[in-house]
Design a protein around this ligand. Sequence first.
Ligand code: MLT
Length: 273
Amino acid sequence: MTDRLSLLDSGTGTPLVLLHAFPLAARMWQRQLAELPGPDGTRARVLAPDLRGFGGAPQGDEAPSLDLLADDVARLLDRAGVERAVVGGLSMGGYVAMAFARRHGDRLSGLLLADTKATPDTGQARDNRERIARAVLARDSVQLLLDEQLPHPQLSAVTARERPEVVRQVRELMAQASPAAVAWAQRAMAARGDSLEVLAQVAVPALVVVGEEDAITPLADARAMTEVLADAELHTIPGAGHLTALEDPAAFNAAARSLLARTAAEPGTPPQG
Ligand code: MLT
C-alpha cells in the first residue's frame, strides 16, 4: 500500500508526531508547528500528518481501523527517516497514538495523550457513532456534526464566549471534513478496544493533558491513563474544553515542551536534526 498521509513538518531536534482530533486535520496543530519550543529553546521538530480521508489525504479502500492509521504513522516515520519519536495525539489522535504504542512500541521515545481515553466505547456510544456515520453519508453533508458539537461539547464555555477565532477555526476545519472520512473514522473508533493494558506496558516518559472543562473525555479518563502509565505526568488546562491545543496553545505547548525535556534526558534517546 502507498503512503496515505500528507504531512506538515517543522523545526529541529527530537521529533514529536502530533495526531489530530476527529473530524479535524493536521492544520489544527498550527500553533504547535509554529511555536512549540524544544528543550534547548529552538523550535521543536513537529510532524503533523493528515490521517486518512482528512485534510485532503486519500481515504483508501481498507475497512475502518485505528490500527491501520497507526501503521500509516509508522510508514510516515520510515519516510521521514525517523527511527524513534515522541508520539502524541488529541482525542481520536490519542486513540491512534495508543494503537501505535501497541503495534510499534519500540519506536516510541515518549507518549503524549491529550483529551483522550484508553477505554472502549459503550454500546450506546457505538450506536451513536453508527447513527452519525449513516446520517452524514445519507445527506452527503457533515452539517449534523457542526450542529451537534459546536461550541458545546467540543469547546469550553470560556472559549465559546471569549475566543471567537478558535470557534471559527474549529468550525472551518470541521466543515471541510468529507462525509466518507467522518463515517470511516466513526466506525474505526467504534471498533477500538481497551488500551489500559497497553499503557501499562509503556516505559517511556508520558504526558497526559486534559482541559478542565473537557466534556467528551473528562479528567477522570485522564487520571485513569496517568495511573497505569509507569512514568506519566498529568497536566490540566483551566478554561479549556476538549480541544486544549487550540483553546490554549501556550499552555499546551509549555506542557509538551516539558515532555520533550524529559525524553531528551532519557539515556539512549538519539539526537535527531
Ligand atoms: C475527537 O475529538 O477526536 C473525538 O471526540 C473522539 C471521539 O469521538 O471519541
